[in-house]
Design a protein around this ligand. Structure first.
Ligand SMILES: NC(=O)c1ccc[n+]([C@@H]2O[C@H](COP(=O)([O-])OP(=O)(O)OC[C@H]3O[C@@H](n4cnc5c(N)ncnc54)[C@H](O)[C@@H]3O)[C@@H](O)[C@H]2O)c1
Ligand SMILES: O=C[C@H](O)CS(=O)(=O)O
Length: 476
């Protein structure tokens, strides 16, 4: 069959599209109308996909050929930018401007991966410096791990797929991808581009279906060499438990903090916070959730954030004037509503927002919060930001660190000594000075500590995760 019959997709296994009797429906998150239907993978499909991946590894696929395929996919993706952007807007509910931005970033992620394919290298090891090894010489080389299973979330369904397929292919691996069942369409369209670009059969296999069914089938398959997962800490933990001694990279959640110090550009900080708290309706792992503001500038900062937040226009994601779309499901909007209600019962003040309309939750600014409220302690993953004052550098660093998570944090200050102290002491994978926790470009090392996971993304760093380093020592 073709990959698509109108909007119906098969599984992609060993370079062939396969239909299944059972299908999974995909809905437009704004209109709730049907936008696509995918096949549903069974255990047999998992076995076939992994087998195809293993088989493909036996056929030479040079670094330059990998570079060429990945570059071609990036080019095709740029050519079909609008189709991908509208697909993301429909299946996620992400405003079209943000969706276009995601497509551009996804193409860049593939271009960076293509470049990295040509420069995977080991290093010379000076073994001769050890007494008794004077006549030895040594170097290392990196080799693909084999078959990589990639499991991805709903919120950034194209670029986060590219962050897994790009480096895995660049490093010489085969991939079995399982995109999120709520937003699989752009990953399936991307698979068509890999096919069109001439990716050898079996190097990419795509299995769709419910995560709690297909996921365990993947983790139970002993032929898979590595798992790369982006999603919730709950599922990350399950995968960790199920895969035993095999390699795992986990990109999980966060309750991201940003500090606004008394010497900061308060106007700029407020503008950035109001934007990075509500992008994709707050459904971003580095979305600003907790803001700690120095008492000297607290009132003026809260006023400014409120004013910027009130300008956010909710509506149809396809309408270019919309700033914020719906959440992924009404049940998620109800959960956020319940968490805000609970915070208010515990003493929080709603400065603006605090209202649900069906699947929309209005962008919400909370003050008078304390660190043990759910909206501070847990990951909201919705359009809610909680603002609290602080007085000393030590106090605010302790507050930021008082979290189970540690993905990224932001700090607005012009005080270099404070910025360096924060770099030394804040427990995160990335500290962003003079911007929010929400800053990311695709070639930087990206990944968390604590319950935010382990292993880095960014093509160069993901390639390190997806390769094994081998040493050779010559006794001459
Ligand atoms: N650190 C990062 O880079 C990053 C990026 C994006 C999202 N996230 C996190 O992802 C979460 C939101 O995404 P989500 O709701 O799609 O997450 P999720 O964990 O519910 O789903 C992620 C993926 O796991 C699959 N899955 C579900 N159950 C499974 C199981 N039992 N075994 C294997 N796979 C299973 C889903 O189908 C989906 O493909 C948030 O916590 C967010 O912070 C992290
Ligand atoms: O949701 C988390 C994403 O990794 C953030 S970004 O889209 O990559 O910037």
């Amino acid at each position: 069959m073709n990959s698509v019959t109108e909007t119906r997709f098969g599984l992609y296994v060993g370079g062939e599209w396969t239909a299944t009797d059972e299908t999974e429906k995909v809905y437009n998150k704004y209109t709730q109308s049907l936008v696509g239907e995918t096949a549903v993978a069974s255990e047999e499909h998992v076995i076939r996909a992994v087998g195809a991946g293993k088989e493909a590894l036996r056929v030479p696929f040079s670094p330059y050929e990998r570079y060429e395929v990945l570059s071609k996919v990036a080019k095709l993706l740029r050519e079909r930018n609008e189709e991908f952007a509208t697909t993301i807007a429909d299946e996620v509910g992400k405003p079209i401007a943000e969706a276009r931005g995601e497509v551009g970033r996804a193409a860049l992620t593939l271009e960076i991966s293509a470049e990295e394919a040509k420069r995977i290298h080991g290093e010379g090891i000076p073994v001769e410096s050890a007494p008794g090894s004077e006549n030895r010489h040594s170097f290392t080389k990196r080799y693909p791990v084999g078959v990589v299973a990639a499991i991805t979330p709903f919120n950034v369904p194209l670029n986060l797929v590219c962050h897994k397929i790009g480096p895995a292919i660049a490093a010489g691996n085969s991939v079995v991808l399982k995109p999120d069942e709520k937003t699989p369409l752009c990953a399936l369209l991307l698979t068509e581009l890999f096919e069109q670009a001439g990716l050898p059969k079996g190097r990419l296999n795509v299995l769709t279906g419910k995560g709690d069914v297909v996921g365990p089938l993947l983790t139970a398959n002993e032929e898979i060499d590595m798992y790369t997962f982006t999603g919730s800490p709950r599922v990350g933990q399950l995968i960790r438990e199920q895969v035993g001694l095999r390699k795992v990279a986990l990109e999980l959640g966060n309750n991201s903090a940003t500090i606004v110090h008394n010497d900061a550009d308060v106007e700029e900080a407020a503008k950035q916070v109001a934007q990075k708290s509500f992008n994709n309706a707050g459904q971003v792992c580095i979305s600003v959730q907790r803001v700690y503001v120095h008492r000297d500038v607290y009132s003026s900062f809260v006023d400014k954030v409120k004013a910027y937040t009130k300008e956010i226009k909710l509506g149809d994601p396809r309408d270019p004037s919309t700033n914020m779309g719906p959440m992924i499901a009404e049940s998620e909007a109800e959960r956020v509503e319940a968490w805000v209600k609970e915070a208010v019962e515990q003493g929080a003040t709603v400065e603006t927002g605090g209202k649900r309309e069906g699947v929309f939750y209005h962008p919400t600014v909370l003050t008078n919060v304390h660190d043990d409220m759910k909206v501070c302690r847990q990951e909201v993953f919705g359009p809610v930001v909680a603002i609290a004052p602080y007085e000393t550098e030590e106090e605010v660093i302790a507050k930021v660190n008082d979290s189970e998570y540690g993905l990224q944090a932001g700090l607005f200050t012009n005080n270099l000594a404070f910025a360096m102290k924060a770099m030394e002491e804040i427990e995160v994978g990335g500290l962003i000075v003079n911007d929010t926790s929400g800053y990311r470009v695709d070639h930087m090392p990206y990944g968390g500590v604590k319950k935010s996971g382990h292993g880095k993304e960014g093509p160069r760093y993901a390639i390190e995760e997806m390769t094994e380093e081998k040493i050779v020592v010559f006794n001459l």
